[in-house]
Design a protein around this ligand. Structure first.
Ligand SMILES: [Zn+2]
Ligand SMILES: [Zn+2]
Length: 290
């Protein structure tokens, strides 16, 4: 199957595209966001990486025009492929397999410092790799099986910290370190457009805080920051890591509901869930490596 068949996209306007892997039918199927800028394009999350996302972006004509000869040298931050090709940066909101599986296909990769080592090692425990044959309804290549699937080790070219600004030329994305779901989870905030790319920090569904590197106390602090963004009028639209987009009011609800439910009962049940998830992930990933 070609890369063109594997993905589908929809334009949200303003140079933002929503991309999905058509044949990964699972609640874990992540949203992939392409944000085009005047100088550089950024892909936020990359899906499983079963087919080439960069090929898809080019073949579907989603990337901006390549730079004229000599223009690359003038760019303050460089990046991207060789020749006159326009810079294309893949940013992982976190290293979980459904978001980071395709990072190895990109020349320029950014991830938060707290998860950079896991990505370099290709640590499939920390990436919570969990894929079954039944979820991938058409094999990407003949004979493919989910048991072979791994998040490959990737050397990030950019290691991100809280407050870093990723410049696309005419638009800037500010990195917010928002741990809780995972230790290196980030949101990317376009302050001018009041858009928040939220990854798995918040989406319109129940928030997952029982994975090996989840931390409830961090998640509460993260939710307080989300509420503050709403209170200060800094977010109007959330483009999440899963499911549909939503607005500020829903963001406020999701964040405040998490805080009010994160009591002692929740902590006890989460602790049990985390133990079960850890055992299952260790078993699966030892099976894959053996
Ligand atoms: Zn995740
Ligand atoms: Zn996810």
């Amino acid at each position: 199957m070609s890369a063109l068949e594997w993905f589908a996209h929809k334009s949200l306007g303003g140079g933002i595209y929503w991309i999905q892997e058509r044949f990964y039918e699972s609640g874990n199927r992540a949203n992939i966001w392409l944000v085009r800028g005047s100088q550089r394009d950024v892909v936020i999350d990359t899906g499983l990486g079963l087919r080439s996302l960069p090929d898809y972006l080019r073949l579907a004509g989603l990337l901006g025009p390549d730079c004229a000869p000599g223009e690359r040298e003038k760019e303050p931050e460089g990046g991207g492929g060789g020749g006159g090709r326009r810079p294309l940066l893949a940013v992982a909101t976190h290293v979980h397999f459904d978001h980071a599986g395709g990072l190895h296909q990109f020349e320029e990769v950014a991830v938060h410092s707290a998860e950079a080592a896991a990505l370099r090692r290709g640590d499939n425990y920390e990436t919570v790799t969990w894929l079954s044959d039944s979820e991938v309804v058409r094999p990407p290549i003949p004979g493919w099986s989910a048991r072979q699937f791994r998040v490959r080790p990737v050397q990030p070219t950019h290691v991100l910290q809280e407050g870093d600004v990723i410049s696309l030329g005419d638009r800037q994305l500010t990195v917010m370190h928002m741990p809780g779901h995972s230790r290196g989870s980030i949101c990317l905030h376009d302050r001018e457009q009041k858009i928040l790319f939220s990854g798995d920090v918040v989406y319109d569904g129940s928030m997952i805080d029982w994975l090996p590197y989840s931390r409830i106390n961090d998640y509460i602090a993260t939710c307080q920051r989300l509420i503050e963004l709403v209170n200060r009028g800094l977010v109007e639209k959330v483009l999440p890591g899963h499911f549909n987009t939503f607005g500020a009011e829903r963001l406020y609800c999701l964040a405040s509901n998490y805080i009010s439910n994160a009591g002692i009962c929740h902590k006890v049940s989460t602790c049990a869930m985390r133990s079960i998830a850890s055992l299952a992930l260790r078993a699966t990933n030892s099976r894959v490596t053996s």
